[in-house]
Design a protein around this ligand. Structure first.
Ligand SMILES: Nc1ncnc2c1ncn2[C@@H]1O[C@H](COP(=O)(O)OP(=O)(O)OP(=O)(O)O)[C@@H](O)[C@H]1O
Length: 578
């Protein structure tokens, strides 16, 4: 072949390769558009149409192709080739608990790889920073995050950033402004380094204090940080706080989901609101969606002391039908409504959170009293939308806490018309569940079961008493809460014996009160002795017998009085005879 012909062939090959690349790029956008449209992400769809100047009215994907199928085929061919499933998405940052309720993030171990997809990592490397910003946030993530702030204009993707850098470089070189180019690169890099993760991923930064998931202090902290962390109870006497104690704190103090690195990846991705919800119903739907647990509340059965029968019944009524639906058919069809009742602070909400952790269904965590206060006029519609969403996201669990606030007996004096309508709607919706095929459970909790409307009680087929903890359960709670904090003569047995009639939350208060006393001693010492000497270890002394006695004295049982009433209700309506 002549040289000319060879050149021509080369140019043609290059041209068609470029065409293929263009085509591939366009196809990717079309596939994404189709995916967004099929899955109801309408806002994002509109934006992508505008940005890409493509719409599904002009082109569409060919038959039998979609992103899910492509991904599936990729996974299969990878597995065939390498004998293992590919890891399609990987962690770039992990959350690190501060142990004090806060969370910071750091780059995942091994650091981010250069980002071949968006190119930002390579650009970073070129600038002396191997794909990671000074703040520990991989540049690739920062640059690729929609909405992340950048120095100039809207957020730029890694590829676009790289292109802009190339363009900027060419322009600068042409003008002989090498210095300006360097400055530009530096500014861009600085801009990307300063990008923080958007708040929606639930991460926070705590300046200067780095504490690992078990309360251990990480390298890089100053003595002052350590002292401050110690004073905040992040670590006792220079040691990592016991895992059991931190888990118990999590169980007691609400969700520790943000502090559990595993949760980052387990975070639930919700489907967008169903398109049939329009106008004000859509607003109600959005409000309810905010009450869906997207993170696991991370309360395990073993975090809940005692309550063995209640746990067994709940597992049988709610958890097992979701895990093994094939066994729960016909006569054994799952219960649609479950009522947890008992004195305040006995672990009803904890049990519900354990259900959410265990089942991984869509979990609607609804406080009935907040429905009333926030949506007084609209609560009937709210109930309808709630059940519609629960069916849409099935399998789901609707947890209605404080159900007595919503469903006190109807027809009472001064009952508002809107309230009556809302109650009727709830009953209708529950009947609808019994008829429908979707797996939707209604789990309710109350301290005042005798105030509930009889019609509702009938629909809550399974009624489970959650009683005050017995001695063994109180002992287990003290052992967990006070692990590693007591002098040898303070035993959990002694505390358990002295707390007959206390609820679980009373026990937690006694434990906290006892643990506060050595801290108070330390604080008054610090106040008296002036500023902290950074070389002196800040140590909390142990809880003494005197501390425990004083804590018991100031904390009285809060739920004993109504115990007989619960037993009576249980005899008449309950399922648990303990
Ligand atoms: N069985 C238990 N095991 C461990 N901790 C418990 C237990 N029962 C109660 N607690 C402690 O008491 C706190 C309150 O518990 P929870 O909110 O589950 O009570 P509740 O029965 O839902 O109360 P209320 O009826 O007032 O809403 C928990 O955060 C936990 O610290």
């Amino acid at each position: 072949m002549s040289e000319l012909a060879a050149l021509k062939a080369l140019s043609k090959a290059k041209e068609s390769e470029e065409k293929r690349i263009q085509e591939r790029r366009r196809n990717i956008i079309v596939l994404i558009l189709r995916h967004l449209a099929d899955h109801g992400y309408s806002d994002t769809y509109e934006r992508l149409c505008t940005e890409s100047n493509l719409t599904l009215q002009k082109v569409d994907v060919a038959d039998n192709v979609d992103l899910i199928r492509i991904l599936q085929e990729f996974e299969e061919s990878y597995e065939l080739k390498f004998g293992k499933r590919p890891k399609v998405v990987r962690r770039l940052v992990e959350e690190v608990s501060s142990g004090g309720g806060g969370v910071r993030m750091r780059a995942a171990s091994g650091g981010p790889r250069p980002a071949p997809i968006n190119g930002a990592g390579q650009a970073g490397a070129a600038n002396g920073s191997p794909g990671s910003s000074a703040s520990g946030v991989p540049v690739g993530v920062a640059a690729a995050r929609p909405g992340a702030p950048s120095l100039e204009g809207p957020p730029i993707s890694g590829a676009l950033a790289a292109k802009q850098r190339r363009d900027a470089g060419a322009a600068a070189a042409a003008a002989g402004e090498v210095g300006r180019k360097a400055e530009l690169l530096e500014r861009r890099q600085a801009a990307m380094n300063s990008v923080k993760p958007p708040p929606e991923v639930g991460m926070q930064r705590i300046a200067g204090v780095q504490v690992d998931g078990r309360g251990g202090v990480l390298a890089g902290m100053s003595r002052e940080d350590v002292a401050a962390a110690q004073l905040q109870g992040l670590c006792v006497a220079g040691q990592a706080a016991p895992i059991a104690a931190s888990r118990a704190a999590a169980a007691g103090g609400g969700s520790d989901s943000d502090s559990d690195p595993e949760n980052f990846f387990e975070r639930r991705v919700l489907k967008p609101l169903p398109p049939q919800l329009q106008g004000e119903l859509r607003d109600l739907g959005a409000a309810i969606t905010r009450d869906i647990f997207t993170d696991s509340p991370n309360v395990r059965w073993e975090d809940i002391a005692g309550l063995d029968s209640a746990k067994r019944l709940i597992k049988e009524a709610v958890v097992m039908p979701i895990k093994y639906p094939q066994l729960f058919t016909g006569l054994l069809a799952p219960w649609k409504g479950v009522l947890l009742y008992g004195p305040p602070g006995t672990g009803k909400t904890l049990l519900a959170k354990a259900v959410a952790t265990e089942c991984r269904t869509t979990f609607f965590n609804i406080s009935a009293s907040s429905i009333i206060s926030k949506w007084r006029g609209d609560s009937e519609k709210l109930v309808r939308v709630l059940f519609e969403l629960a069916r849409y996201h099935a399998p789901s669990t609707i947890f209605l806490d404080e159900i007595d606030a919503l469903m006190a007996a109807r027809g009472g004096e001064g009952e508002h018309e809107a309230s009556r309508r809302m109650k009727t709607e709830l009953l209708i919706q529950m009947d609808g569940l019994a008829r429908g095929g979707e797996l939707v459970f209604v789990l309710t909790a109350t301290n005042l079961p005798w105030e509930l409307d009889m019609a509702l009680l009938r629909r809550l087929e399974k009624r489970i008493l959650v009683p005050l903890p017995n001695t063994a359960a109180r002992r287990a709670m003290f052992a967990t809460l006070l692990a590693g904090r007591c002098s040898p003569d303070v035993s959990p047995d002694l505390l358990a014996e002295r707390t007959e009639g206390y609820s679980g939350s009373d026990v937690a208060v006694v434990a906290k009160e006892a643990a506060m006393r050595p801290l108070r001693r330390l604080m008054s010492k610090l106040e008296l002795d002036g500023p902290v000497d950074p070389n002196v270890k800040v140590e909390l002394g142990p809880i003494t017998v005197e501390d425990a006695r004083a804590a018991l004295e100031v904390t009285k049982p809060s739920a004993r009085l109504l115990e007989d009433k619960y037993r009576k209700f249980n005899d008449e309506y309950g399922q648990l005879a303990t």
